[in-house]
Design a protein around this ligand. Structure first.
Ligand code: C2E
Ligand code: MG
Ligand code: MG
Length: 604
């Protein structure tokens, strides 16, 4: 039998009461670190010490004397030095305890050791991912004059081996090395057993405490030890909320789950509110307070749904969604899940389309100068023809590309494809410009280089190009944005403020950006005929924008009446279905040749 010393965390380590879940205390039954006996023998021989102990963060101690396991000793008799060592991230050596006043009142002792221990050294034990889980301690009856470098190295190596063993044991024993809670596989086993034995269906609850990307940033700032304490504290509060004898499982770095007894569930929604409220209360870890954003998900599942299904994925879906809710908890929603799956499917398809490039295409919508009636440019608009889903609107896939980090490669493709096309048209004698839509992700110090390189490759002058940025993009990080835009302007490339009127900025703020034209959003233009306020908005914005020195472009000109109206305003260019819908590249030359019958301002 292994020697396990239980202890009351409050007794020795004030402030840690909250961080040791009740479940952790009793979960060390049957503890066995693979290879620990061999490590003990090795370290005993190399350092010439009779006693070796592994003391875990949670207070459990596994002790050996002369290579043999020690019998259990009374709970609570573990000297505070062991507990301190278990929580210390660096090595600690006491050459002679009799010369150290910490041992004046309480001699350093282990059960079954005749007389006090004089020499003590400890080395922290880490998991392979860097979490500190305890310390390997060596003790001797006689004091020492020094610990040699090779002895220190040996102790360090032994502690590494123990760390690897604890992790291995976690996999074998299905417990999380930090919280000592049973983990994912145990959860599945128990859920399956519950459905087989107890009930036609089960309620699964999941607690998600941090969006992972923020959690990683948090670990970078505070360290693993702090994160581990926090997870123990979260587990503790959740466990306290659960009905008695309900096991809590650690199913991810920041995620917990449990199978609830059926009668417990939703009989009272205030119980759920209470859990959220508990988890929203600030945590005090290692003296530093922190508030988290918990999400609690609930899922009802039966045995047939379990077969081939992934209940954790489903319930995590709910807990993840709940993190954004004011209420903080949510039931699993199949429709929302479907939507997320579709999105995920589309992201992978879009990534493939960006590599393969046969499904993507650019259409070009003409822009007409209102003074001459001439087509002065075209706006490139991305099109995605999916083999099974058909045509997918850019309104859908642009946002997706942004969220999935695919925007830069999409813009690169648009840039190369669009510039190659522009070069071909200009070689054929079409004196037109090209407008490209660019997202905020693209607006960095590399954009100038990317533009130069593509322009050089296709031998097109960069002043034949205009980049369209939405109003909100321009208002993000204004100082750096202005710097990048100025660099783009120095290439001769135009800058348009797209969809003006949909953001919350004002022209005075925007004017500080070196933009050359302003596109009034189609939502105002469309209803101009029926809504006199919209007409007034377009008229005054156009007037103001022109006075501020912008070239004014009106989007969404769908009818001849709208076209006539904008002719009477301070607008320079129009774009819209009345002039032309976006066209595939092959149709543009024919359209340019046929286009001559629009009225111009002079003619009105
Ligand atoms: P946008 O840049 O404002 O482009 C104009 C959108 O309005 C286009 O929609 C165009 O087809 C549509 N449109 C043009 N004239 C009319 C009209 O008279 N009536 C109506 N109802 N609609 C008109 P599309 O092609 O669906 O593109 C939607 C948006 O997606 C674009 O709005 C742009 O913000 C974005 N987008 C499209 N291609 C790209 C791209 O290559 N890169 C980036 N970053 N965004 C793109
Ligand atoms: Mg645009
Ligand atoms: Mg627009």
């Amino acid at each position: 039998m292994r020697t396990t010393t239980g202890y009351d965390p409050g007794q020795h380590a004030a402030g840690h009461k909250d961080v040791l879940p009740a479940a952790v205390q009793g979960s060390d039954e049957g503890f066995a670190v693979p290879g620990f006996d061999a490590v003990v023998r090795l370290v005993s021989r190399s350092l010439g010490v009779p006693w070796v102990s592994l003391v875990l963060h949670g207070g459990s101690a596994y002790s050996y004397a002369d290579g043999n396991e020690l019998p259990p000793h009374d709970p609570g008799t573990l000297h505070p030095l062991y507990l301190e060592a278990a929580r210390n991230v660096s090595a600690h050596v006491v050459l002679d305890t009799q010369l150290d006043e910490r041992f004046r009142d309480a001699a350093l002792n282990l059960a079954a050791t005749p007389g006090p221990i004089r020499f003590f050294a400890s080395e922290p034990v880490f998991t392979l991912t860097g979490q500190q889980i305890g310390a390997l301690c060596v003790m001797d009856r006689a004091p020492r004059a020094a610990l040699s470098e090779s002895e220190r190295t040996c102790l360090r190596d032994a502690a590494s081996l123990v760390g690897a063993g604890v992790v291995l044991r976690s996999y074998l024993g299905r417990t999380d090395p930090t919280t000592q809670l049973p983990h994912r596989y145990a959860f599945f086993d128990d859920l399956r057993a519950h459905l087989r034995e107890d009930a036609p269906h089960a309620w699964v609850i999941a607690v998600d405490v941090a969006p992972v990307h923020r959690f990683n940033a948090f670990i970078r700032a505070m360290g693993h030890a702090y994160a581990d304490e926090l997870m123990r504290a979260v587990a503790n509060r959740t466990q306290a909320w659960l009905p008695p004898h309900t096991r809590l499982y650690q199913v991810g770095a920041t995620r917990f789950a449990a199978v609830l007894p059926n009668r417990h569930v939703l009989s009272d929604v205030t119980r759920m509110d209470a859990l959220v409220e508990q988890l929203r209360r600030p945590f005090d870890c290692l003296g530093i307070p922190l508030t988290i954003q918990p999400g609690v998900g609930l899922l009802q599942i039966n045995e047939s749904e379990l077969r081939g299904g992934d209940p954790l994925r489903l319930v995590m879906n709910a807990s993840h969604a709940a993190q954004q809710h004011v209420r903080g908890w949510a039931l699993y929603d199949r429709a929302q899940d479907e939507h997320h799956r579709q999105e995920f499917f589309l992201v992978t398809e879009l990534a493939a389309a960006l590599t393969d490039r046969t499904e993507l295409d650019l259409h070009y919508q003409p822009r007409v100068d209102l003074d001459s009636g001439r087509c002065v440019g075209v706006e490139a608009l991305a099109r995605w023809h999916h083999p099974t889903l058909g045509l997918i609107s850019p309104n859908r896939f642009i946002g997706l590309a942004e969220r999935a980090g695919l925007m830069r490669s999409l813009t690169q493709w648009v840039l190369e494809h669009g510039m190659a096309q522009l070069a071909a048209w200009r070689r054929d004698g079409h004196d037109i410009k090209l407008s490209l839509n660019v997202s905020s992700t693209d607006l960095d110090a590399n954009l100038v280089g990317r533009l130069r390189q593509v322009a050089e490759q296709h031998k097109v002058s960069l002043d034949a190009l205009e980049l369209e940025f939405t109003e909100s993009t321009l208002m993000e990080h204004t100082a750096t944005t202005r710097r990048h835009l100025t660099a783009i302007r120095q290439l001769g490339t135009g800058i348009a403020i797209d969809d003006f009127g949909t953001g919350y900025s004002n022209l005075a703020a925007l004017r500080q950006m070196p933009a050359t034209s302003l596109k009034i959003d189609q939502s105002f233009v469309r209803d101009m005929g029926t809504n006199r306020y919209d007409e007034a908005i377009v008229r005054s914005v156009a007037e103001l924008a022109r006075n501020l020195g912008y070239r004014v472009v009106v989007e969404g000109v769908e009818t001849d009446r709208l076209y006539e109206s904008v002719l009477g305003m301070a607008c320079d260019e129009a774009q819209g279905f009345h002039i032309s819908r976006p066209l595939p590249s092959a149709k543009v030359p024919a359209w340019l040749a046929a286009h001559h019958d629009l009225p111009t301002r002079q003619a009105v």
